[in-house]
Design a protein around this ligand. Structure first.
Ligand code: DGY
Length: 332
């Protein structure tokens, strides 16, 4: 009789879309989190001690202290999400643990949300909606001088990070009449620059000083932590807007709050925060900001696509092959 291959023991740290959980149960010995209660550090340690695979999300801190307890079977972290800044990659590499993520499938959704913030902040969308809702049906009506925002068309957008999401944003922004500028570690291929009519700025400082709107679309890594430092934020023009749908840590949030409070920049649209899920109460007091609860990629389709990527990564790995979305290649 042929011997049955052992199904990997997979611990999933958060509730995932139903079809993904169903498929995981079919394919793996999956320990799901139906209650969606985030795991404590002790529970994460227990998971890496006993499981073959961990499926964490950005809300789990998989640091050296957790990975130090990795058991002999623990070989794969199949992250549900693209950003891997919550995982100590060096510790994973050192232990021969492979790390995968879910790139590509949340590009368009995140670019949509970034564009939505680029429209919402200068055009005072949330402020206007709230004013109407809070008027209790007694809105005084249209006025030539009420709720005036800033025009989007014809302005300069500076994109920090011209990867998939940056490019998807640029396509949208171009259709809204924004001229596209970008700063990136590497200049993108000239065919992309031509398509987007994008201007490359080698100097981030120089780009910041000349833009009307800045969008942060780069990952958070040690190199991008506080990339927008107090000094760099000071380079922004007083009429500039700042949008961030990447990671809060890329901006020195306290410095940003100081600038917003003094109206030294016009406003900000933030979907991510430096100390998530805590949000600095000073931000909540500000009028010239739109704050969202990290929902850039939050579509049903996107979450299912992410789950499918996770499953493919685990299945490929369990079958003895290199998974497609490797961030860190451990031992096969
Ligand atoms: C990711 O996948 O890193 C995103 O931030 C989730 O929205």
């Amino acid at each position: 009789m042929p011997t049955q291959k052992k199904r990997p023991l997979v611990v999933v740290t958060r509730k995932l879309p139903d079809p993904i959980e169903t498929r995981m149960m079919e394919l793996f010995d999956a320990k799901l989190n139906l209650a969606d209660k985030p795991l404590s550090q002790a529970e994460l340690i227990e998971a890496v001690k006993t499981a073959d695979v961990l499926v964490p999300t950005l809300t789990d801190r998989i640091d050296g202290a957790v990975l130090a307890h990795a058991g002999p079977n623990f070989r794969l972290i199949a992250n549900f999400g693209t950003g891997v800044d919550h995982i100590d990659l060096a510790a994973a590499r050192q232990r021969g643990v492979t790390v995968t993520n879910t790139p590509g499938v949340l590009t368009e959704d995140t670019a949509d949300m970034t564009m939505a913030l680029i429209l919402a902040v200068p055009r005072r969308l949330i402020e206007g909606a709230n004013a109407l809702r809070n008027s209790g049906g007694e809105w005084s009506g249209w006025s030539p001088t009420w709720m005036l925002g800033q025009r989007i068309w014809g302005k300069r957008l500076g994109i920090i990070g011209m990867g998939r999401i940056g490019q998807a944003l640029a396509r949208r922004a171009k259709a809204f009449g924004l001229s596209i500028h970008y700063h990136n570690r590497k200049r993108v291929h000239e065919s992309v620059e031509q398509e987007l009519e994008a201007t490359y700025w080698e100097s981030l400082d120089q780009m910041l000083a000349r833009m009307d709107i800045i969008s942060v679309n780069c990952p958070h890594t040690p190199a991008t932590f506080h990339l927008l430092s107090a000094r760099r934020l000071d380079l922004l023009q007083p009429h500039a807007y700042l949008v961030n749908t990447a990671r809060g840590e890329v901006i020195d949030e306290n410095a940003l709050i100081r600038k917003l409070r003094k109206s030294e920049i016009a406003g900000a649209g933030l979907d991510v925060f430096e100390h998530e899920p805590s949000v600095n109460p000073k931000l909540l007091e500000l009028k010239n900001v739109v704050l969202l609860p990290h929902m850039g990629s939050a579509t049903l389709e996107g979450r299912v696509d992410m789950g499918e990527k996770v499953i493919i990564n685990i299945k490929t790995f369990a079958d003895g092959h290199a998974p497609p979305d490797r961030v860190i290649a451990g031992l096969l």
